[in-house]
Design a protein around this ligand. Structure first.
Ligand SMILES: NC(=O)c1ccc[n+]([C@@H]2O[C@H](COP(=O)([O-])OP(=O)(O)OC[C@H]3O[C@@H](n4cnc5c(N)ncnc54)[C@H](O)[C@@H]3O)[C@@H](O)[C@H]2O)c1
Length: 331
């Protein structure tokens, strides 16, 4: 394996942290950039970086990917980067109703700036970037396949992720930048995000508070364990698309678990692990949210051999164990 540094944007984030860890464990050199914003507790982001600092081959710069000057400085001082895993974004469907501007800045301007840097890098190999299952919007056909229509996003978050895919196609076509967009399906696991269901439910059950369950519990999600996601990201990184005639060197792929689980089964597994019953506050479906997701993963499987191996019955206890350890909670 070459040891040219790989850039991970959003390295202090949930998926960025796990991706960096796997690469560093394999002996790769990793440079991260993250603005450590306070969308959720920055102390968790700092704690993830502290773990990564145990590796000599890791360094992280605090900066904003939408800031062209900061990105040029990063490339000049720590690059050039020929492989980029671009995960920095303003995540979250619900928050995009509250703070729309941060989505355009980080997800659209940020994505453009990352692509501009790649465009001006001689011998650039591959940009792998995070898209989202939310691009499927209100589609009713399940499972969601890559070729299904994605022109009806129902949240601004989804619209920015779809915009990224379109911008990426244009840049690949114009400048021959190999790019792979990965549509992640509900990622969970240790060091997970405090704004996501598993974290919110675990915390509330421990603290004896009710948990909000939307669409009166009639929700299904393709929950994907973070280690499986990292395998998918790194498998994709090793398979840069090539130009085929007039077809630009770019593609999008789903990464999910290929199982749509009932949210109430997910809740039961958390209850079982905590040994406590949840007090459930049933609520209507939230604007921008969809009742069910389910990933068709044939394309990534055929390309990279990707095969998720972690069931929610295995993954949830690992999250709960991490949560208790991190927050010093006695069993
Ligand atoms: N976790 C999921 O279930 C999920 C599902 C679909 C898509 N995604 C996408 O995967 C990627 C990673 O998600 P995550 O769950 O790790 O989220 P995360 O919020 O934990 O990580 C994103 C990181 O990017 C950083 N960041 C945000 N805006 C930035 C900017 N302008 N400049 C520099 N850094 C910035 C944040 O500080 C954060 O540390 C995101 O693009 C997200 O949209 C995640």
């Amino acid at each position: 394996m070459s040891n040219a540094p790989i850039l991970i944007t959003g390295a202090a984030g949930f998926i960025g942290f796990h991706t960096a860890t796997r690469l560093l464990q394999a002996g790769r050199s990793v440079v991260g950039i993250d603005n450590l914003n306070d969308y959720y507790d920055p102390a968790l982001k700092e704690a993830r970086l502290q773990q990564l600092d145990n590796f000599a081959e890791f360094q992280c710069v605090q900066g904003d990917i939408s800031d062209k000057a900061a990105m040029e400085k990063l490339w000049a001082e720590k690059g050039p980067f020929k492989e980029v895993i671009h995960l920095a974004a303003q995540a979250g469907v619900r928050y995009s109703l509250e703070n729309p501007y941060s989505y355009i800045t980080s997800n659209c301007m940020g994505h453009l700036t990352v692509m501009e840097m790649c465009r001006h890098t001689e011998g650039f190999k591959h940009l792998v970037y995070a898209s989202s299952s939310s691009v499927y919007g209100g589609n009713e056909k399940l499972p969601y396949a890559v070729e299904d229509p994605v022109d009806h996003p129902i949240s601004l978050y989804a619209a920015t992720k779809r915009a990224d895919e379109l911008m990426s196609h244009t840049y690949s076509h114009l400048y021959d930048i190999p790019q792979t967009g990965l549509r992640f399906f509900t990622v969970y696991g240790p060091w997970g995000r405090p704004d996501m269901a598993l974290f919110i439910f675990t915390k509330a059950i421990i603290e004896g508070r009710p948990i909000p369950v939307f669409n009166n519990g009639e929700m299904k999600r393709d929950f994907t364990y973070v280690d499986d996601i990292v395998s998918g990201i790194l498998g994709a990184l090793d398979h840069p698309p090539v130009r085929e005639g007039r077809k630009a060197p770019c593609r999008v792929l789903n990464i999910g678990n290929n199982r749509s689980e009932r949210l109430m089964d997910f809740v039961e597994l958390i209850e079982k692990e905590l040994g406590r019953k949840a007090d459930i506050n049933f609520l209507p479906l939230q604007p921008g949210d969809v009742p069910e997701t389910f990933a068709d993963i044939r394309a990534i499987n055929e390309l990279t051999g990707y095969k998720p191996t972690t069931t929610i019955a295995e993954g949830i206890p690992r999250f709960v164990a991490w949560y208790k350890d991190y927050y010093n909670i006695e069993s």
